[in-house]
Design a protein around this ligand. Structure first.
Ligand code: PMP
Length: 396
């Protein structure tokens, strides 16, 4: 065993713990629904991305079991060898219809999807303009591509226009991309896609939208691009199958040429085993459900608005979220962490998010209501918020 590695790990762990940055992971006992059990305690769960409650949906469980019976538990190989099952083709055709694009390709996770697609499309002779609050998988995908990365101030269209102009007019780059989250998960704000498309047209930028938090939530379920009616204007739409869709995986939707190209150039497609049959079948069914009815989407928004109104009435600062994601801004890091701990002791599971994930002094507890919460659960959560808020002097 390496002594150098032992020392390296021990000193890093100690430093993280001393700085309060070591994350103790809670174990959920049983299913991840609107209520969860941790250490035997039943808690209202406001920390899951299972926005539509589909992770425990009975129909999806049933079709997954049937697919396991007919196709087995694993796909057996990478897509290009013999890991492309009829179930994958059916899923991808369904995803393309869902997104309003010519084609789509599924990956094993949303994270892996960003790593795959950005690297496949962009290279060291290119530049990527990237919103400063983009998700870690976008940041890593950009790094992997070896393109020049130019950070753009968050949703600052003047900054984007200026930096796009400089990059394009410099003549240094073969192509320039702008990449952004569709919905930003820390504050629940939405990318300004119509303005982005105008700037992209002016400078011939490639546009890439990661709609991990928008699919199932925005555009009556079809996502942020559909919400703005920009299916013909965004080159690359990325989404996860792990959040509103409730299962696991990610996808890229776009032109037939884009998808054909990813199937020969995206490394996780070429070198990592494909989604399992059970997952694939459940995802297809979930997407079909979203296309057939907006009932779950509508319930999600009803619950989101109910929680927001309740927290606002109690006197909490809830930011400017445009989606059901509801941050409750507490302030300093210590009080925020204490707040989340007290919520948990009182029966509400909502995680604190503090510096460096968000700016110093803007620590918040992030709430993610879902379609599966009942009014009784949300009322219970609001009662606990009131109690803890008064106790810690966050509200009067
Ligand atoms: N993009 C964004 C914006 C995300 O929030 C996440 C998940 N946190 C991902 C990509 C990665 O998706 P997955 O969890 O499906 O790998």
């Amino acid at each position: 065993m390496s002594r150098i590695l032992d020392e390296y790990l021990a000193s890093n762990l100690q430093e993280l713990k001393e700085n309060g940055l070591y994350n103790e992971i809670n174990v959920v006992e049983g299913a991840n629904g609107p209520e969860i059990t941790i250490e035997g305690e039943r808690l209202v769960n406001l920390s899951s991305n299972n926005y539509l409650g589909l992770a425990t949906n009975e129909t999806l469980k049933q079709v997954a079991k049937e697919a396991i019976d007919s196709h087995g538990v694993g796909a057996g190989a990478v897509r290009t060898i013999n890991g492309t099952l009829d179930l994958h083709v059916e899923l991808e055709e369904t995803l393309a219809r869902f997104k309003g694009t010519e084609a789509a390709v599924a990956f094993q996770s949303g994270f892996n999807c960003n790593m795959a697609a950005i690297q496949a499309v962009m290279g060291k002779e290119d530049a990527i303009l990237s919103d400063e609050l983009n998700h870690a998988s976008i940041i890593d995908g950009c790094k992997l591509s070896r393109a020049k990365i130019i950070r753009v101030n968050h949703s600052d269209m003047a900054d984007l226009r200026q930096k796009a102009k400089e990059a394009v007019e410099s003549g240094q780059y073969r192509k320039v991309m702008y990449i952004t989250d569709g919905v930003f998960s820390m504050d629940g704000d939405v990318a300004m896609l119509p303005e982005i498309v105008d700037i992209a047209k002016e400078f011939d930028l490639i546009t890439y939208v990661d709609d991990a938090h928008g699919s199932g939530v925005m555009g009556k379920g079809a996502g942020t691009v559909k919400h703005f009616g920009l299916e013909k204007d965004i080159d690359i739409q990325m989404g996860t199958l792990s959040k509103a869709i409730g299962v696991v995986g990610g996808y890229i939707a776009g032109s037939k040429d884009l998808i054909d190209y990813l199937k020969v150039a995206a490394r996780p497609f070429l070198f990592s085993t494909s989604l399992t049959p059970g997952d694939t079948r459940a995802i297809t069914e979930a997407v079909r459900m979203l296309m057939a009815s907006t009932e779950l989407h509508d319930k999600l928004w009803e619950n989101g608005n109910y929680l927001k109104d309740g927290l606002k009435k109690l006197g909490f600062e809830i930011g400017n979220s445009e989606t059901p994601i509801t941050p409750c801004i507490i302030g300093d890091e210590k009080t925020t962490q204490e707040f989340s701990k007290r919520l948990m002791q009182e029966g509400v599971y909502a995680k604190s998010i503090v510096f460096p994930t968000v700016p110093k002094g803007t620590g918040r507890v992030r709430n993610m209501p879902t379609a599966a919460h009942t009014k009784e659960m949300l009322d219970r959560a609001l009662e606990v918020y009131e109690k803890v808020g008064k106790e810690l002097d966050v509200i009067s």
